[in-house]
Structures are given as structure tokens and as C-alpha cells.
Design a protein around this ligand. Structure first.
Ligand SMILES: NC(=O)c1ccc[n+]([C@@H]2O[C@H](COP(=O)([O-])OP(=O)(O)OC[C@H]3O[C@@H](n4cnc5c(N)ncnc54)[C@H](O)[C@@H]3O)[C@@H](O)[C@H]2O)c1
Length: 351
């Protein structure tokens, strides 16, 4: 498997090193070769060369690699975040990675931030639409910097875009024996764009009579995620809402450092990354939690069809979490590298 590795900025570099370590250990245990090709695209690279990614960058990712792994992008020296926009958002759009897949699974009751809620209550997945919504950059600023400034940011919803993400959520539920899909929008206030979500949700859910289709307004969903997360199995929502509620999901898992994600176009080169950002104050200090990155590597292997290898990584992560061999953000006393070592050592073919 040929995989492009973009450590990026800040703690992205720290956690990617550990994900690579665990992938290599997994390759050795399973006798499989992962060809991990490091790409330097980052704030450092942009500031040095003026280039965010090369002219043929997206094509290269699409044609030469089976998957892409990203650490995190974002650096205070690049005030407009241009490199992050090109590398991360650009790849999502150019490679048409329309599924943002974010599993939310609590690995240990001890990490639950909610009173009386544990592993049995916090186990669901969020599918966030990843190529439309307010993140497409349609809009503009008029009279910028004056008291007459007008700033417009349009939300784009297409039938095709809404249909394929909702369909994906139902297909996932069906394939995994799940019985409930919840679609969250704000159709009470956003009566044009979200009326489309309502229409498509009704249309698609009718094709899956064995699955209960539930609708919630996004504000209610945010409240219920904290009050009663056990009611969810599969959540599907738009780009902006998905971005926000999966940070709540990260907190439910014990913290942002635990959360993994995939940016997927089924059957094509897809991108995997931890949910967290580059956390500049933690960078290079051997304190960042590498588990979100390592679980993202597991998601990558699952998506590439290496299910046994993926499960082996998840088992190893669960074991170190159960034993408290973690970074300080989730109550342990180890550094980033030491957590990576513990997980790599625990990769085995069976339990
Ligand atoms: N996908 C991405 O690459 C991505 C996502 C979000 C933010 N960003 C960028 O990252 C930069 C910093 O953004 P931010 O501070 O809002 O978000 P952040 O995720 O970097 O940090 C938010 C908080 O979570 C903590 N945290 C995050 N990851 C952690 C980890 N692995 N271990 C321990 N603690 C962790 C941080 O210390 C901080 O308190 C910005 O430039 C932003 O644009 C990038």
C-alpha cells in the first residue's frame, strides 16, 4: 500500500511520527508492506518556498497513492491559513472526498466527561457532508475594513451532494447491523437549503424500511449529545454542523486528542487525519496525545480493506488506555513517543 504522509504543522508532526511507528509495527506483525511517503507540505515549506503544494499536487495524491495521512495544519505565522486551506480543504474538494467519517467511541468509562455515562452510552458515528455547505468559499466582502462592510458567505446544498451523504449513512447502518439514522439540520430557520435536506432524507429513508429515520434540529442534537448520547447510532449532517458537533463527540471520547476521522470517496484515494488541530503551544514538547492520529491510521487500514490490521491497532489502543499508559490530557503520565511505543509493542495478530 502506497500512502502519502503529510505531518503538517505543530503537533501534527509529533502525532504523525507515532502513527507511522504503529503502522510500521503493524506491517511487520502482519507481513504487509506499507510504503509511507513523507511529503513536506506545511507552514514551514510554504514560508520557505512560497508554495503550498505543487501545481500537480492533487493529481499526484489521486494517481500515485492509495491513501493520504495528515497530522494537522495551522500555524500562527500564516495568518490567513492559506496553506491549510490549499492542502486540506483543497484536497477534500479536488478529490471529491464527500464523506467525513467520524466515529465517536468511548474507550474507557474513566474517560467519560458525563456523570453516570460510560462505554455503553457513547458509541456512534457521525457522517459530515464534506464538499459543500458554507465551506465552499462562495461569497465576498464589500467595503472591507470600513463601518459599512458587508460580508456574505453562502451555503451551498445540492441534491446530488445531500443525497450521496445521506445514502452513505444509511448504507453504513445497513452494513453494520444498526437500526437508527438521525439527520440533523436547521430547517426551521434555514428554510431553503435545509428544505432540500428534509426532502432527500424522506426520499432516501423510504428505501431502508428496516432502519428508523429520526430528524432533530441541530441545536437539540447538541443538547442531547450531552444529556443522552446513548440514543444515537448514526448521525448525518452538513459540513458546518458536523464540524461543530464532532468536537462535542471528541469531548465525549475523553478529549480532542482521542478523535479520529476519515475524508472518504468510497473506492477512491481518501484522506485520514485526527480531528484535532496543530495545537501550537504543545508542539515539539512530547505531550500531545497521539491516539486520535493512531486511530485514524486504523480507520485508513479499515477503509483500504485491511480489517484485521485495523482491529489489531484498535485492540492495542484499548489496552494501553485501560492500563493508563497515556498522555496527561487523559490522566496518564507518559509522553507522546512513549504512548506510541506502548501501542506499537502491543500489536498482535490475535487477542
Ligand atoms: N484538521 C486540521 O488540521 C485542523 C483542525 C482544527 C484546527 N486546526 C488548526 O490548528 C490550529 C490550532 O487550533 P485550535 O487551538 O483551535 O485547535 P486544536 O485542536 O489545535 O486545539 C484545541 C485544544 O485541544 C488541545 N488538543 C488538541 N489536540 C490535542 C492532542 N492531540 N493532545 C492533547 N491536547 C490536544 C489543545 O491543547 C487545545 O487546548 C489553528 O491554526 C487551526 O486552524 C487544524
Amino acid at each position: 500500500m502506497r500512502i502519502a504522509v503529510i505531518p503538517g504543522d505543530g503537533i501534527g508532526k509529533d502525532v504523525t511520527a507515532e502513527a507511522v511507528k504503529v503502522l510500521q509495527a503493524t506491517g511487520e506483525v502482519f507481513g504487509r508492506r506499507f510504503d509511507l511517503v513523507q511529503l513536506p507540505w506545511s507552514a514551514d515549506h510554504y514560508l520557505k518556498t512560497g508554495e503550498t503544494l505543487p501545481a500537480n499536487g492533487y493529481q499526484m495524491l489521486r494517481d500515485e497513492f492509495e491513501a493520504i495521512f495528515v497530522g494537522a495544519l495551522g500555524d500562527p505565522r500564516v495568518a490567513d491559513n492559506r496553506h491549510a486551506r490549499d492542502i486540506l480543504l483543497g484536497t477534500r474538494f479536488e478529490l471529491d472526498l464527500y464523506v467525513n467519517y467520524r466515529p465517536v467511541r468511548l474507550l474507557d468509562d474513566r474517560l467519560s466527561p458525563l456523570k453516570d455515562r460510560g462505554r455503553k452510552d457513547i458509541n456512534f458515528v457521525v457522517f459530515r457532508e464534506n464538499t459543500e455547505g458554507v465551506y465552499v468559499g462562495v461569497g465576498g466582502r464589500f467595503k472591507a475594513g470600513t463601518i459599512d462592510e458587508i460580508a456574505i458567505q453562502e451555503e451551498v446544498n445540492t441534491y446530488k451532494g445531500v443525497h450521496r451523504i445521506i445514502r452513505h449513512a444509511f448504507e453504513f447502518a445497513k452494513a453494520n447491523g444498526l437500526t437508527k439514522v438521525c439527520m440533523a439540520d436547521k430547517s426551521n430557520a434555514m428554510q431553503h437549503g435545509h428544505a432540500l435536506w428534509q426532502r432527500v432524507f424522506k426520499e432516501v429513508s423510504a428505501l431502508y424500511p428496516g432502519i428508523t429515520a429520526i430528524h432533530q434540529y441541530i441545536d437539540a442534537l447538541a443538547m442531547f449529545l450531552v444529556k443522552d448520547p446513548g440514543q444515537y447510532q448514526v448521525i448525518v449532517t452538513n459540513n458546518l454542523f458536523g464540524d461543530i458537533v464532532t468536537d462535542i463527540g471528541g469531548a465525549l471520547q475523553g478529549g480532542l486528542g482521542m478523535a479520529a476521522s476519515g475524508n472518504i470517496h468510497p473506492g477512491r484515494t481518501s484522506l485520514f487525519e485526527p480531528v484535532h488541530g496543530s495545537a501550537p503551544p504543545l508542539a515539539g514538547k512530547n505531550v500531545a496525545n497521539p491516539i486520535g492520529a493512531i486511530l485514524s491510521a486504523a480507520l485508513m487500514l479499515e477503509t483500504l480493506g485491511a480489517a484485521d490490521e485495523s482491529k489489531a491497532i484498535e485492540r492495542a489502543v484499548e489496552a494501553v488506555v485501560a492500563q493508563g499508559q497515556t498522555t496527561t490530557d487523559i490522566g496518564g503520565a507518559l509522553g507522546t513517543r512513549e504512548v506510541g511505543d506502548c501501542i506499537a509493542k502491543r500489536i498482535t495478530k490475535t487477542n
